[in-house]
Structures are given as C-alpha cells and as structure tokens.
Write a protein of this length. Structure first.
Length: 296
C-alpha cells in the first residue's frame, strides 16, 4: 500500500512539474531569440563596413545594395598608397610591435602583483586594489599635456617607446584586477603541497599556478591586445608621424578631398582584421577565462 501511495505522489509531482518545465523552455527560447536579434543588430555595422570595402566608390555612396560586383581595388589602393605620411606596412608594423611589447610587459608585471594580492595578501590589500583601479578614473585628455611635456623633455615624441610605456601603464591596472581574481581560485592545497615538496616560489607560479589560470591569462592578454590595438587618442597626440599606429592610419584616409566611403571601409577592415582573428583563435580560452574569473 505504501508503494502505491508513493507512486501516485510521484506521478502528481511530475504532472505539476511539466508545465513549469514547459514555461522554462519557452522563456529560454525567447531569450535565445532575443540574444540573436541583439547580436545581429550589433554585428550589422561591421557587416556593412566589410561589404563597402569590396565596392566601387560610386556604388558605396549610392543607395544601399546587398548585391554588386565585388572588387579588391580599394584594398590594393589603401595598402599600396605611399603618398601620405604613413603607409599601411609601416602602421601595421608599428602597431604589431607596440601592442606585442606592451602586452608582454603587462603580463610580466601583473602576474607577480596578482600573486601577491591573491595568494599572500598583505594588510589593506583592498586599498591597494582600489589604488590600482583609481588610476583609470582620470580622463586621459586631462593628462595629455603633462604627458606630452614629459615625452618632449625625454626626447620620446614620435617614437614607439612612449606608446609602449603608456599602453603598459594603461592596461596594467585591469590586468592586475583580472589576474588577482583568477589566482584567488587556485586551491591552496596545491600550493601547500608544492611547498612541502620543496618547490621554489618561481616553481610554484610556473608549474602549479600558471597552468591552472592559463585561460584567465589568455583572456587578460587578449583584452590588453584589443585595448592597445584600438587606442587612438594617445597615438595621434604623441606619435602622429614616424611611429604611428593603425587607428591613426585609418584616420589619415580622410583627406581634404572628401570622405571616400569604400576606401575608408577597406582601411577599417584591414585595421580590425588582426584583432578579430586573435579573438577567434583565443575565443574558447577567453570565454573559459572570463567565466572562471566570474565564479569568485
């Protein structure tokens, strides 16, 4: 008799749960559809920019067309034009060098700082973290004049060195904050076991901690690459000629003769393509790393 009552009770519970599960599935489907709509809305300007890059100027400036005869003339024009102050090859080489060195410096400096704040926190470590992030509060336009004077006095104007230094300083607070949250999730038992085995501090970081936080490290590095690659204001103010970067090169495509939409779109595609490729390659590690940091 008890078994019969138990079976009836379970059946009633299942019947009550089925409408709830159906409602949850409906909500999930609606949210998924809304996500796709929002994603397509944000993706459309990028899609239209790519299309315009393959058009003739007359077609790009006419009424919007999805179907046309594609051409690579605009891409050849922007890459082979050496009449301006900066060519594509020079700008790409400068950006690649500046972004690579600054990101490497950020990671090298942020890893020990994040380790100290997460694994061996000192007194008032929250105040230290706040000090790091408070350096991002000042609008960069408010500091451009002192930075320009310092760069001039140190003979660093129009050099890649000044942008490497500033991009490192710009991304370091963010990297410390992110890596500190990743390091805080490393089980202390693993670190204690490594210490008992006689592992040195550098050995603990290299053999125990870094393999665990590798997705977070990749996510942090990729964000630093994106921010440094897309930075425009400091580059155009401190380094507008000899060692300028891709964003400045894109802006230089706007001339006194007017705005050539197809040519500007082709230049923008070439400027964004490296970051898109880097994000596509590292997307799994980046998503895993950002989710890892959000658990704490």
């Amino acid at each position: 008799m008890t078994a019969v009552f138990t079976s009836i009770k379970q059946k009633v519970q299942r019947e009550k749960a089925e409408p709830i599960l159906g409602q949850n599935r409906l909500v999930a489907n609606l949210l998924g559809l809304l996500t796709w709509i929002v994603g397509l809305i944000f993706f459309f300007p990028l899609f239209w920019m790519v299309l315009n890059g393959f058009k003739e100027e007359a077609v790009a400036n006419a009424s919007p067309k999805l179907f046309f005869d594609p051409t690579l003339d605009r891409f050849r024009e922007v890459t082979e034009d050496n009449q301006g102050l900066l060519s594509f090859n020079e700008a790409f080489s400068n950006s690649l060098w500046i972004v690579s060195i600054s990101t490497l410096l950020v990671i090298v400096l942020a890893v020990p700082a994040a380790y100290a704040l997460a694994i061996r926190p000192m007194k008032k470590w929250r105040d230290i973290l706040f000090f790091f992030i408070s350096t991002k509060f000042l609008p960069i336009v408010g500091a451009i004049m002192p930075l320009w004077i310092i760069a001039r006095d140190l003979d660093l104007l129009n050099t890649r060195t000044i942008l490497i230094i500033l991009y490192t300083a710009m991304n370091l607070p963010l990297a410390v904050w992110m890596l500190r949250s990743f390091f805080a999730e490393v089980p202390r038992e693993l670190i204690e076991a490594a210490q008992m085995d006689g592992c040195s501090l550098w050995g603990q970081i290299r053999q125990v901690i870094l393999p665990i936080v590798a997705p977070g490290l990749a996510a942090t590095a990729l964000l630093c690459v994106i921010f440094a690659w897309n930075e425009f204001f400091l580059a155009v103010q401190l380094n507008p000629v000899d060692g300028s970067t891709m964003p400045v090169w894109v802006a230089s495509q706007e001339t006194s003769r007017g705005n050539f939409l197809a040519k500007l779109s082709a230049a923008s595609v070439l400027a964004t393509l490296p970051v898109v490729i880097a994000g596509w390659i590292a997307q799994k590690r980046m998503i895993r790393g950002l989710a890892m940091g959000a658990i704490k």
